[in-house]
Design a protein around this ligand. Structure first.
Ligand SMILES: [Zn+2]
Length: 99
């Protein structure tokens, strides 16, 4: 499987590290809502079709990417920078703290 990094071009999957499901929303860290945390940590949607995922080009430019991949065909329909298309909530917070 090839993922086309916006900086580096098409590269083999072995250069990338899976960073997680891009469809989940992390609860507020101050929240004590156990049902929301249980859902975030354990529940997964086993999508048959297009699925949004975070990947890092760890063997290349190290960019964090949002990838839309069809789980049935492995066709990649979209690749963009995670910062432009939806960072995980904990990374948005970290990014804001550095500014
Ligand atoms: Zn890259």
């Amino acid at each position: 499987m090839l993922i086309t990094c916006p900086y580096c071009g098409p590269r083999d999957l072995s250069e990338y590290t899976y960073q997680g499901d891009a469809n989940r929303t992390r609860p507020d860290p101050a929240s004590a809502d156990q049902a929301a945390w249980n859902d975030y940590v354990y529940d997964r949607i086993n999508t048959a079709g297009e699925h949004r995922e975070f990947w890092q080009h760890s063997g290349g430019c190290r960019a964090h990417l949002l990838v839309a991949r069809n789980t049935l065909t492995h066709a990649i329909n979209f690749v963009g920078f995670a910062r432009e298309h939806g960072l995980p909530k904990h990374q948005e917070r970290r990014k804001g703290g550095e500014a």
